[in-house]
Ligand binder design. Structure first.
Ligand SMILES: Cc1cc2nc3c(=O)[nH]c(=O)nc-3n(C[C@H](O)[C@H](O)[C@H](O)COP(=O)(O)OP(=O)(O)OC[C@H]3O[C@@H](n4cnc5c(N)ncnc54)[C@H](O)[C@@H]3O)c2cc1C
Length: 424
């Protein structure tokens, strides 16, 4: 590595992995360029609460430029990377700009995947970005608005049917929150429909929901969802999604709102590098998180795969991406100090958490398993702790307190695109 000019680290992606690498490089003899296709860092774990009218967008997202304003050696760029020239050590942006790097960190995350059925996406949107969340909120609220004006019983029933595909934490959290919204928070606001009669279905192809949790916690979550009025269907793959509804197994169910929480596909980082990828498109990285044959290129977070959790694959969760960002920063520092020996990344798992509505959660720390109200409090405190900035922590805590004590959700806003309810 050249000692003459400051070593240039280009980090693509200002999510959990990219931002943690920037933070861990503070004080290192480098200049950093961080580029993201969005101008904000997003706290995805609470995205479902924007989608279900609990929180506002600005409570879970922060402009990257603002977050890094005190780091004079960091340049923040808004741009979409479309290609990497590993020979010329250059990153190409969609609008034609180029960025030369000495070290490249790709932390570009994942998008939802439809198991080869991309044609389902318009009917069954996933939840990954702020735009996804506000668009899901719009779909849910518009379905209720249309149901309020619908005189045909069958069409009204379809408008009042909400199907969530995928029983992982995101699907469970969405289903619980939609059931509470329709069954508990909104009934007083409608005159022609009874939102308590809305059907909320959580459909999982596997034998149980929350497969990454122990069987007893998964069974507890199943029962808790049922208590909230969610119909949980396991062992039933969805075989079609359309404007009319879903086909679950071989049974067609008319539904005007379908939400997708079933699968992910990595960003095209593997294609940019010309590397082999796993079935979900993730780059199979070396033990030190470098791309095979490219020691100056690191791939981290959800867009990489590595068996660094006692021989098992590292899960696609925020703590894993953050730990990888820290590991990469430490490697860069050591290399600049003349130590080129590769150190393997080892993932430390702190636990699995999922919330079921606003009163219950399940937590699996390995050494301790919790469920119910106490688990919810721990889940809530942990999430508030991980938000950035005092203002957002207070704002989220106040929003939760307000909703839990009054049952009224102030974020029931239909924004973006069509704003006038049309008859179904
Ligand atoms: C709805 C939802 C709920 C979740 N809940 C939890 C939870 O409760 N707990 C938990 O630990 N994890 C949770 N996760 C997973 C967690 O958010 C991810 O594991 C984590 O964000 C991965 O970090 P990352 O840095 O790899 O990617 P991300 O945080 O997704 O960041 C990727 C960044 O790259 C940018 N980018 C992508 N492509 C390009 C490009 N071509 N050019 C420029 N920029 C690009 C994106 O805009 C984004 O900012 C959840 C995820 C979702 C979607």
């Amino acid at each position: 590595m050249s000692q003459s000019a400051p070593h240039h680290v280009v980090i693509v992606g200002a999510g959990f992995g990219g931002l943690s690498a920037v933070h861990a490089l503070a004080g290192a003899p480098v200049r950093i360029t961080i580029v993201d296709q969005r101008n904000h860092h997003l706290f995805q774990p609470l995205l479902y609460q924007v989608g279900t009218a609990t929180l506002a967008t600005s409570e879970i997202a922060w402009p990257v430029r603002h977050l890094l304003r005190r780091r004079r050696e960091v340049v923040t760029l808004l741009g979409t990377v479309t290609r990497v020239d590993t020979r010329a050590r250059t990153v190409h942006l969609e609008d034609g700009g180029d960025l030369a790097y000495d070290t490249l960190v790709l932390a570009t995350g994942v998008r939802h995947a439809y198991f080869g059925h991309d044609e389902w996406e318009p009917y069954a949107p996933g939840l990954k970005t702020l735009e996804d969340a506000t668009s899901i909120r719009r779909r849910i609220l518009l379905a209720l608005e249309r149901a309020e004006r619908e005189s045909d019983a069958q069409r009204r029933a379809a408008l009042l049917t909400f199907v969530i595909v995928g029983g992982g934490p995101t699907g469970v959290e969405l289903a619980g929150a939609i059931a509470e919204l329709a069954h508990q928070n909104l009934p007083a606001e409608y005159r022609h429909i009874d939102t308590r009669r809305a059907r909320v279905l959580l459909v999982e192809a596997g034998p149980r929901i929350l497969p990454s949790f122990t069987e007893d916690l998964s069974a507890y979550a199943h029962r808790s969802l049922q208590r909230l009025g969610v119909e949980v269907q396991v062992g039933k793959p969805v075989s079609a999604c359309s404007a009319d509804g879903v086909v679950i197994g071989s049974e067609a169910l008319p539904a005007r709102t379908i939400l997708w929480a079933a699968g992910v596909r990595a960003s095209p980082a593997a294609a940019w590098l010309g590397m082999p990828a796993d079935g979900a498109g993730r780059v199979k990285v070396e033990a030190d998180l470098t791309a095979p044959g490219l020691p100056e290129v690191f791939v981290i977070g959800d867009t990489a795969t590595i068996d660094a959790w006692h021989g098992k694959p590292v899960p696609g969760i925020a703590p894993a991406a953050k730990q990888q960002g820290v590991h990469v920063a430490a490697t860069i520092r050591r290399r600049l100090a003349g130590d080129a020996a590769a150190r393997p990344f080892r993932y430390r798992h702190s636990g699995n958490l999922a919330t079921i509505g606003k009163r219950s959660a399940v937590i699996d720390f390995g050494w301790l398993k919790l469920r119910g109200n106490l688990a919810w409090w721990i889940w809530g405190i942990a999430h508030i702790y991980f938000l950035i900035g005092v203002r957002n922590r207070l704002a989220v805590a106040l929003s939760w307190l307000w909703i839990f004590s009054t049952g009224s959700r102030s974020a029931c806003l239909i924004t973006q695109g069509e704003s006038k309810p049309k008859p179904g």
